[in-house]
Design a protein around this ligand. Structure first.
Ligand SMILES: Cc1ncc(COP(=O)(O)O)c(C=O)c1O
Length: 417
């Protein structure tokens, strides 16, 4: 599939807008999102899965900018949230409560109360203790919390250990044997209504095999529950669909994914839910950064840029690879690292590889930064978080202002004493 970030006459453009123009106007580091890419990815998945009329809940954790959420909500997407804050954002962006599902292992009483008040579609329950808490809170306000148990099917998604979630050793969900008991308990609780099953295996997953393996494992339980529990009607197969982070890497084609999983879903007769984040937003975004200095050392060159691990932590946290390209095309190369100004040796965006030969003042674009980019940004080293821009065709708009130094101090006080 074609990227929405391409060179025209040697100048990198976001859709039809020159990236250099945006960097000059809004400064750097700068996140730029392509609205057309978000919509195309959403539609490609919805289309590939259309025979089961999928309910697509965009995983807000991957990119929670209000404009991004609204773009997808306008296409019909719901939201997968993992905190009260994400639920608040989803509602503010216009996602109807009946299209919101709430996952996460540590839902607090306040978060549960808020979600019950909003009357969301269902909670994804990750433990027996949580089941009891939801039931108690729901009873206290005279309602029922709709729930889907998150089963952990013990399947290897073949991804980084920090982004694997559906193996036995991971903290997420309950194993299949415990899930049976959890469903039995849930059916006895007055404050919950059992409406479905949920799983999420990890991310990014580059082949359909982990999904088909997991579906084969959970199908018998789904069939039984469907027979025994009249309200049991949803199967949410989670997110995790991979994208290409490297030029030579083939992304998971949604049509291949669909043709592998659909035969296992059709005859179940359940409503199918999906929670893609990265697949929709990952390649919809770039992080633009300006070169501050070029520093030579005996073994390599350090390109020191104005974006750092506080802006994009994926390389430091997951050893993730991001392609980094010059905003003004060049074929000259050098060998080295791209590093930020943060005082950590782990502060790098690229390590020991062939890079564009850039100079002080040049612009670089870090690709595939639309998911788990800005949302994981921090203020470490008292660095304000970057601005975010959305483009569509030749239009560009600031969708989140750059944080100022005053923003950094908001809420802090110095005791009189
Ligand atoms: C429960 C759940 N659903 C969906 C996702 C989204 O994953 P991805 O962005 O890889 O699609 C995650 C990611 O952590 C998750 O934990």
């Amino acid at each position: 599939m074609q990227s929405h970030f391409k060179y025209y006459h040697g100048q990198l453009c976001a859709e039809d807008v020159p990236v250099a123009k945006l960097a000059d106007e809004f400064g750097t580091p700068l996140y730029i999102y392509s609205r057309s890419h978000l919509i195309r990815q959403y539609r490609a998945l919805a289309d590939a899965m259309k025979s089961v009329k999928p309910h697509i809940y965009f995983a807000i954790k991957s990119n929670s900018n209000l404009a991004v959420i609204r773009t997808l909500a306008d296409q019909g997407a719901g939201a997968d949230v993992v905190s009260g804050g994400e639920l608040y954002r989803a509602r503010k962006a216009g996602v109807p409560a009946e299209k919101i599902v709430f996952a996460g292992v540590g839902k607090s009483v306040a978060e549960i109360d808020y979600a019950l008040k909003e009357d969301i579609k269902f909670f994804t329950v990750e433990s027996e203790a949580e089941l009891h808490r939801i039931s108690e809170r729901a009873e206290a306000v005279g309602t029922k919390g709709r729930i889907a148990i998150r089963v952990n099917p013990d399947v290897d998604p073949k991804t980084h250990k920090y982004t694997s979630t559906g193996k036995a050793e991971n903290k997420f969900g309950v194993d299949l044997t415990r899930a049976e008991r959890a469903y039995e308990q849930a059916l006895r609780l007055a404050g919950v209504e059992v409406v479905g099953m949920h799983m999420h295996l990890g991310s990014p997953i580059m082949t359909p095999t982990p999904y088909t393996e997991a579906l084969q494992k959970v199908r018998p339980m789904c069939e039984q529950l469907k027979k025994d529990v009249p309200t049991f009607r949803h199967l949410d197969i989670g997110g995790g669909l991979g994208i290409s982070y490297k030029a030579e890497q083939d992304p998971l084609d949604p049509r291949d994914f669909a043709s592998a999983v659909l035969p296992l879903l059709h005859d179940l007769g359940l409503e199918v839910g999906m929670e893609p984040g990265r697949f929709i937003a990952g390649n919809a975004g770039i992080l633009v950064t300006r070169v501050e200095y070029v520093k030579d050392s005996p073994s390599k060159t350090f390109i020191i840029v104005d974006a750092a691990m506080n802006d994009l932590i994926r390389p430091a946290l997951y050893e993730a690879h991001h392609e980094i390209i010059p905003v003004v095309q060049t074929i000259e190369r050098l060998f080295g690292d791209i590093v930020g100004p943060v005082c950590e040796s782990g502060d790098f965006l690229a390590a020991e590889r062939e890079l564009p030969a850039v100079e002080e003042g040049d612009l670089l674009a870090v690709l595939s930064a639309g998911a788990y980019g800005f949302v994981m940004a921090s203020n470490y080293n008292s660095r304000g978080r970057a601005a975010e821009i959305m483009v569509e065709g030749d239009r560009a708009e600031l969708v989140r202002a750059r944080e100022t130094w005053d923003d950094l101090l908001r809420g802090e006080t110095i005791p009189e004493w």
